[in-house]
Design a protein around this ligand. Structure first.
Ligand SMILES: *Cc1c(COP(=O)(O)O)cnc(C)c1O
Length: 372
């Protein structure tokens, strides 16, 4: 008998955490819906992408990099780190670059969490926190939410001698809720200093509330604080995969030991550095989002549709029935949103703030499918 005829249970062979995982389910790509329905006028409001795209400076930077595709990128990201270091007024040795901030979240888990260690995050939090925890055999400790937002008191209650990491998304995706400076600082003051607190600020640029914290300025006060940011959202560079963390230099040094030597590609480094210098595009993106968010909230209110007030570039909308069903019905209208059943919010869909035209279209379609 040849070996390939023998049955192997690969589930048993896999690491226990991984055998129990379900993969991340991303927003449905436009091309997939186009293939399925033969539609050509499709809008995707499912992955919190920037409806304006990236800025011209970033595009030009990518084009300038096209004649060096045969070269390995700078594995240490010197130029980009220099630009980030200026932007945040922190030393370069506190910066860790990632293939998206998702990469950094995973590096943190792989560096600090071993089988049996505990990781705290909130109910309704970003799906990646549980994935990176499970992958390394960590135990997810999930704090009940308060009004869909993070309840820092409940998170604090879950601390134990086994706690290694705490993930806090500010604002949170998919709920759009946020934590003010004072409450976050009080929490940091109470967390034992060996427990890393990761504040995920993927939507930082969009938040205009006056007491929303810029925790990049706190990392020298709190050695256990790690702040993550991304170029995927407000900077419009999701395709290039570029994110980073700011942390204590020792934390950065440890993550640096396990990251892939060239985890951030050359075009992404060029584009990100250019995007940092493009305040015009960033401000325009934030302005369009602010208007769009207010408009979508206003129209939902007018139609009697509930939603969770958001400070991000998306709105979690209570459709009053199965969000999966509404998701399917909106697909028929050529609109891709994100159903939130997997987040424990079966009656919600998350809608990314698009251009005024896209918002008009999604509202028109919602009226139709919800009979409003
Ligand atoms: C989108 C998102 C990210 C990560 O995005 P990357 O593209 O990997 O940088 C991280 N955290 C939250 C809460 C997000 O919504």
């Amino acid at each position: 008998m040849t070996t390939h005829n023998r049955k192997v249970d690969f589930l048993k062979q896999a690491l226990p955490g991984i055998a129990q995982m379900r993969p991340y389910s991303p927003g449905k790509p436009v091309s997939e819906l186009a293939r399925e329905l033969g539609l050509d006028d499709i809008i995707k409001l499912a992955s919190n992408e920037n409806p304006l795209g990236c800025g011209e400076l970033a595009t030009a930077a990518v084009v300038s990099g096209l004649d060096e595709l045969e070269m390995y990128p700078d594995g240490n990201g010197f130029e980009l780190k220099k630009a980030l270091s200026m932007q945040h007024q922190v030393a370069s040795d506190r910066i860790t670059l990632g293939n998206g901030s998702n990469d950094v979240l995973e590096l943190l888990a792989r560096t600090f969490v071993q089988a049996g260690d505990e990781v705290i995050f909130s109910e309704y939090a970003f799906a990646v926190y549980s994935l990176v925890t499970q992958a390394v055999g960590g135990v997810s400790k999930i704090a009940p939410a308060k009004n869909f937002g993070h309840d820092l008191e409940a998170m604090h209650d879950l601390l134990s001698a086994k706690t290694k990491l705490i993930f806090i998304a500010n604002p949170n995706n998919p709920t759009g809720t946020w934590l003010a400076s004072g409450e976050l600082k009080r929490f940091l003051n109470r967390v034992p200093s060996q427990v890393l607190v990761v504040v995920d600020e993927a939507y930082f640029e969009y938040v205009l509330e006056s007491d929303y914290p810029d925790t990049a300025g706190w990392i020298s006060d709190y050695p256990n604080l790690v702040v993550t940011r991304t170029f995927s959202k407000a900077h419009g560079l999701a395709s290039l995969r570029m994110g980073y963390s700011l942390s204590h230099p020792d934390v950065a040094d440890l993550m640096n030991r396990i990251r892939q030597p060239f985890n951030v590609n050359g075009l992404a480094q060029l584009a990100a550095a250019a995007a940092l210098g493009d305040q015009t595009h960033l401000q325009e993106s934030v302005k369009v989002n602010q208007h769009g968010l207010k408009e979508l909230e206003h129209l939902c209110k007018k139609m009697g549709i509930g939603y969770i007030p958001s400070v991000g570039n998306f709105l979690a909308v209570d459709v009053g029935k199965s969000g999966n069903e509404v998701f399917q019905q909106l697909l028929q209208e050529g609109i891709i949103v994100r159903p939130l059943a997997e987040y424990g919010m079966p009656n919600y869909v998350r809608i990314t703030i698009g251009t005024p035209q896209q918002i008009e279209r999604v509202i028109f379609a919602l009226k139709k499918v919800l009979h409003k």
